[in-house]
Design a protein around this ligand. Structure first.
Ligand SMILES: [Zn+2]
Length: 347
């Protein structure tokens, strides 16, 4: 009986000071398990003298019941305090917005290039405007000094939706659309998709263009050259030069083709003893067409104050895809639109 009392005191004090559920489980095994002293005592009762069996059995059973109750209570206490400390540590503010989805990709090479070009022209004082991809013949051709039956229409393989409506072949229609709603001065660039019936390594039926238009007092070809030189240097490096060659576009007069000095060979045309294949050994790369706005174009927006005696301006148009191909050494335009992740992930 004294042993039982000692066992009970020892067990109760161990259970009271246990610090975790795992420790309590150990104590349960030690004091109430199959090999525990108390269990053995209860099993051995039959070997005791008959008059001892009753009192010892009763006392041992009381110890067992008491320890079980204490273990259960202590387990609940510990679980409650473990929950409290977990709640304190992992406090979640449910009023915060949910986690943003982890990025699954990045901007397409064309979008990256378009934004970079927009940033450069915004830095030069231009505004970015966009226009419809389904366009009236009137804006796509006529107001750009390309009247019906003009041979220049044959230069652009046009998708006609109806006799008067086309998929725009350039973003130039926004020249007239912008001047119709804004008096001079005007400084805009127009990025966007354009469409021509054309398909090979350097042509796709859909491609991207960035048109530019500046109209103000006293704008000259030198301003055009300066703007394009700044663009070329921002895009292709501070060493770049530009050169203007005479060209032809219906809506500019004079018209110029613009080349930049080759960034691949530094303008020499040679890489070591090899002719540079990028510039075909010329040291120059054609990047765009441009020119001074033809006075006939102002004729369509004269009521907004575009008087060719008072204002002058320049326009240019370049392929966003072509700029990206040059900058990143992409050999085939079609790669841009095949959505092959092995290609897209490189940029
Ligand atoms: Zn070169």
């Amino acid at each position: 009986m004294a042993d039982l009392q000692a066992l009970r005191e020892e067990a109760e004090s161990a259970i009271a000071s246990a610090g975790s559920a795992a420790e309590l489980e150990e104590l349960r095994v030690r004091y109430l398990g199959r090999k525990a002293e108390l269990t053995q005592t209860l099993r051995g009762i039959g070997e005791l003298a008959p008059e001892e069996r009753g009192p010892v059995g009763k006392a041992a059973n009381a110890v067992r019941v008491a320890l079980e109750a204490q273990l259960t209570q202590r387990t609940q206490e510990l679980e409650a305090s473990e929950l409290d400390s977990r709640l304190a540590a992992d406090r979640i503010d449910v009023t915060l917005p949910g986690d943003p989805p982890s990025p699954a990709g990045h901007l397409h090479i064309v979008s990256q290039t378009r934004r970079e070009m927009e940033d450069i022209f915004i830095g030069l004082g231009f505004n970015v405007v966009e226009g419809p991809e389904v366009e009236f013949d009137h804006y796509n051709f006529t107001t750009l000094n390309i009247p019906p039956n003009h041979p220049a229409r044959a230069l652009q393989d046009t998708f006609y939706l109806s006799p008067d409506v086309v998929l725009r072949t350039h973003t130039s229609p926004m020249q007239t659309r912008s001047m119709e709603v804004k008096a001079p001065p005007i400084y805009i660039v127009v990025p966007g998709r354009v469409y021509r019936r054309d398909s090979d390594a350097s042509h796709t039926p859909m491609f991207h263009q960035l048109e530019g238009l500046a109209v103000d007092e006293s704008i000259t070809l030198a301003d055009l050259r300066g703007v394009l030189l700044e663009f070329a240097r921002a895009m292709f490096g501070p060493e770049r030069e530009v050169r203007l060659r005479s060209g032809y576009f219906p809506f500019t007069e004079p018209s110029v083709e613009v080349d930049i000095s080759c960034f691949n060979c530094g303008g020499s045309g040679w890489i070591g003893s090899q002719r540079d294949s990028l510039c075909k050994g010329s040291g120059w790369i054609e990047i765009l067409g441009s020119g001074m706005v033809d006075p006939n174009v102002y004729g369509f927006v004269s009521e907004m104050g575009y008087d060719p005696e008072k204002v002058s301006g320049f326009a240019f148009g370049m392929g966003i895809d072509r700029i990206a191909m040059l900058k990143y050494g992409i050999p085939d335009l079609r790669l841009m639109f095949e959505n092959d992740l092995r290609f897209l992930e490189q940029f």
